[in-house]
Design a protein around this ligand. Structure first.
Ligand code: LLP
Length: 426
């Protein structure tokens, strides 16, 4: 169930453009983003939920991809933003998101950062009593709408690093303190109107989401009844996975929405909570399969293993090295060739862990071939770095076959950016 299209030349098609032509024109390594795919992903997701519960909003977890064009596309679609840092708030605001269309969910943020985010007009979702008290010291809390992230004691994710609920998690307030924390917020003058949870990332199994909805709603219900809080919104975070391997299936989003909304409504009724807006915060689902990373094969080496060497590394796409993540890789200039041998596909970083794939069945790959590393749209560029003094890659947006450079390739001079050699070393 991967999003792969092949044109009549046997090349990979990206949004109506030929991957081979794109690579020739803009060079490699290159992130290529398919605009229509983002729009489709957004609308499929939004429509699925709003059909069953019209008072529904999507807060795009922009940490997945903060390219300005991507943000602009989602802004046009009517999406809102889940921001986790002052930089994400600032960026989203510049792109036209405003007021309660930005929800700030920070973790271990400074008092100054909280104040800044407040001044930008974002709604603040607090992660601790500490943050609540510190915010109250630097702004006038009177009537200010806030929410709290709770730990629903359910966690799931494609890797341990991506599980964000349960006893080992650093996120959120505990169920046992929730009532007191909401009361305290009100005593301080705030208007606590929201509750938030997020259990993890890269989840294809629908079960943990159901458990999290139930558990979060039980906490919200208790806070409603015992602290008298009338919720304007309940936010169940992000985490919906996408298939990375050909064997995995896409989440049946309509069924997923129907089942979860049913649980949500049952809990609203059980606790007599009225009709708060439901928020979800997909990141990966909206942008993950909308981009590929095009890389050129620059060396083929038969050593103890067969290594296919390409012109990018974990500085460009960290996920395989960081989480052992599978990214499907295709030969973009010979899409119809059969897989015939197992190879390792290695990057150009000077570390052994810099592999995009190990023991991967591939067609016979030659130097000069163009590989496409799929599903590079979420946590791709945003997690890239200049490690090994590699300038960051360019990004191209494709819309109906037309290409637009949306991020220029960095140059060597960019590597000097903001560095200062002190006088005594001159
Ligand atoms: N909401 C909150 C509060 C989050 O922390 C996250 C992701 C999301 C929403 C969106 O999750 P998504 O729908 O994208 O799964 N770098 C990792 C993923 C880390 C996710 C962090 N939080 C990766 O490459 O898999």
């Amino acid at each position: 169930d991967l999003n792969i299209k092949i044109n009549d030349k046997g090349h990979l098609d990206i949004g109506g453009a030929d991957a081979v032509d794109i690579a020739d024109e803009f060079g490699t390594a290159l992130f290529v983003i398919d605009e229509n795919r983002i729009r489709d992903n957004y609308n499929r997701f939004y429509n699925a939920f709003s059909k069953y519960y019209p008072d529904f909003r999507v807060y795009y977890a922009c940490k997945a991809n903060t390219n300005l064009a991507v943000l602009k596309i989602l802004e046009e679609e009517g999406c809102c933003i889940d921001a986790v840092s002052p930089g994400e708030v600032y960026t989203s605001k510049k792109l036209g998101f405003d007021g309660d269309r930005i929800l700030f969910t920070g973790n271990n943020v400074t008092t100054e950062e909280l104040k800044f985010v407040y001044e930008q007009g974002a709604v603040i979702n607090l992660d601790s009593v500490s943050a609540l008290k510190r915010l109250a010291e630097v702004i006038d809390p009177n009537g200010v709408k806030i929410s709290f992230r709770v730990n629903p004691m359910v966690g799931a994710g494609h890797h341990d690093h991506c599980i964000t609920g349960g006893v080992m998690s650093k996120f959120g307030i505990m169920e046992s303190e929730a009532v007191e924390v909401y009361k305290l917020a009100r005593e301080l003058g705030f208007n606590p109107v929201g509750m938030h949870s997020h259990i993890g990332s890269g989840i294809l199994d629908p079960e943990p989401f159901k458990l999290a909805i139930e558990s979060t709603m039980d906490i919200a219900g208790k806070v409603h009844q015992e602290a008298g809080i009338d919720f304007e919104f309940v936010d169940f975070g992000g985490g919906v996975g996408i298939p990375y391997t050909p064997e995995e299936s896409i989440v049946d989003i309509d069924k997923f929405a129907e089942e979860n909304i049913k649980l949500f409504k049952e809990k609203l009724e059980e606790y007599d909570m009225g009709n708060p807006t439901m928020y979800l915060e997909p990141g990966r689902y909206l942008v993950g399969d909308a981009s590929v990373l095009l890389v050129r094969v620059n060396s083929v080496k038969q050593s103890y293993r067969k290594f296919i060497g390409v012109d990018a590394g974990f500085n460009t796409l960290l996920r395989p090295a960081m989480y052992d993540s599978y990214h499907h890789i295709v030969v973009a200039n010979r899409m119809n060739d059969e897989a015939v041998e197992k190879v390792d596909i290695a990057g150009n970083v000077c570390e052994s862990g810099d592999l995009f794939a190990r023991d991967r069945m591939m067609p016979e790959v030659e130097e000069g071939d163009l590989l496409a590393i799929l599903n590079a749209g979420a946590y791709g560029f945003t997690m890239s770095s200049n490690y090994n003094s590699r300038p960051k890659e360019a990004e191209v947006l494709v819309k109906d076959g037309e290409c637009f450079v949306v991020r220029e390739r960095e140059t060597f001079d960019d590597l000097f950016n903001k560095q200062i050699i002190p006088d005594h070393l001159e």
